[in-house]
Design a protein around this ligand. Structure first.
Ligand code: AMP
Length: 421
């Protein structure tokens, strides 16, 4: 019978990889905690309307990438394609702003987008999301970017390249939109079908398009930075100044609009040449209108998402804790020895010693082969003869030395040696 495989674009993270995931997540939690961010866990399923209203109807995500279904003929639900909308929904639903409008929140978990799978692009992928709500100060933008860069450096990502831009606000965006629409008028035949359709809804989306002809057209388009109102211009200048204080290198990329409609003012993306075509490790920006658009008060926000698959694939970080081998392996021959081994093994585990044993009843030689295979640090050998003589052999697998120890007070003796090493 054929085996059933995982769904295309959905990937197993195997036991050989999870230790690295946990380690990197641990560093993320440390860095986030230093900046005052607290964890929030939101559902992976939300009402479709939430994403339509926040991410925007004309975006690639909402138009073609969401896993949406009609729940028992009742209500449209969607597997979350990103986390900001869910976090803002929770912030509103629990009226967190009533206690304190400033909230520093993060979440780590899977996102779902029905994109064409390729290296670095999956249909289920994981993100670390950080959201800072309630602050308009440009220092908040810089702080969030600093936190991101600090984390990426802690996990030893090299050749990082930070790009920033400003998308303006509801004051200045209409003029830019008009200029862009005027520029694109008459050039429709050079644009792909998607862009042609989106022109009237949101011409900014053409900047996102990967089609060569669209890229060529947009290359000469007007740039948002020339249209910023004094407020947005000042904000952008102060973000750049604040980044300068921390000596964070960046490049202003006026064509970077990001693929979600809710962004306003500062946007940013971190790319690295180690990733090939899917070169973005993280991206984010300010979303000052989103809380209001989702039915809440006029509260600003800024945040980012880091793609964990991409990050983990390029982080050279290695830690000996990734290799989880037993500290002790118990080889036991015969009923009596197996019984003793079973109880010692499980008691040592409860004292915090990683212990394994063999149930096979095969020869001691074959059990020791298994100890070797698992890279056990020590082995306790309980042979039939040893048990009769009330003793056991204790082997240091690393040094290749062996000593005889008594069975009385066995666990204490072992604990002392193992914990002392
Ligand atoms: P976005 O939410 O589109 O701003 O993406 C933020 C980050 O998530 C990107 O920089 C990527 O690292 C990661 N990401 C986005 N889409 C995918 C995907 N389909 N597969 C893997 N990682 C992704």
């Amino acid at each position: 019978m054929e085996i059933i495989t995982a769904v295309r674009g959905f990937k197993d993270i195997l036991p050989t990889e999870t230790a690295k995931w946990q380690y990197i997540e641990k560093i993320a939690r440390e860095v986030l905690a230093n900046f005052g961010f607290r964890e929030i866990r939101v559902p992976i399923l939300e009402k479709t309307e939430l994403f339509k209203r926040s991410i925007g109807e004309s975006t690639d995500i909402v138009e073609k990438e969401m896993y949406t279904f009609l729940d028992r003929g009742d209500e449209y639900l969607t597997l979350r394609p990103e986390a900001t909308a869910s976090i803002v929904r929770a912030y509103l639903e629990h009226a967190m702003y009533a206690q304190d409008p400033v909230a520093r929140l993060f979440t780590i978990g899977p996102m779902f987008r029905r994109e064409r799978p390729q290296r670095g692009r999956y249909r289920q992928f994981h993100q670390i999301n950080a959201e800072l709500l309630g602050l308009t100060d440009p220092r908040a933008d810089a702080e969030v970017i600093l936190m991101l860069m600090q984390f990426l450096m802690r996990v030893e990502i090299s050749d990082l390249h930070l790009m920033i831009n400003s998308l303006g606000c509801i004051e200045c965006r209409p003029a830019f939109r008009k200029a862009l629409s005027d520029f694109l008028a008459g050039k429709e035949e050079h644009l792909c079908k998607d862009c042609q359709r989106r022109l009237s809804m949101n011409p900014l989306r053409v900047f996102d398009c990967k089609t060569i002809s669209c890229i060529e057209v947009i290359d000469h388009a007007p740039q948002i930075l020339h249209f910023l109102c004094p407020g947005c211009m000042d904000h952008f200048t102060r973000v750049k100044e604040a980044l300068g204080i921390f000596a964070i290198a960046f490049e202003v990329n006026p064509k970077m609009v990001r693929g979600l409609d809710y962004y306003a003012k500062t946007t940013f993306e971190v790319v690295t040449e180690h990733l090939g075509a899917q070169n973005a490790v993280a991206g984010g920006g300010r979303y000052d209108g989103l809380v209001k658009d989702l039915g809440g008060p006029d509260i600003p926000g800024i945040g980012f998402a880091i793609g964990l698959e991409r990050l983990i694939s390029i982080s050279p970080i290695m830690d000996e804790r990734f290799l989880i081998s037993p500290q002790l392996f118990i080889a036991a021959l015969g009923d009596k020895a197996q019984k003793l081994a079973f109880s010692v093994c499980n008691r040592l585990r409860t004292t915090g010693i990683k212990t394994e044993m063999d149930y096979s009843g095969k020869s001691l030689k074959s059990q020791m082969k298994r100890a070797d295979k698992l890279s056990a640090r020590y082995a306790l050998i309980l042979g039939e003869r040893e048990i009769l003589e009330n003793k056991a052999e204790f082997r240091d697998m690393q040094k290749g030395t062996q000593e005889t120890i008594g069975l009385d007070d066995l666990e204490n003796t072992i604990t002392k040696i193992v914990k002392g090493s």
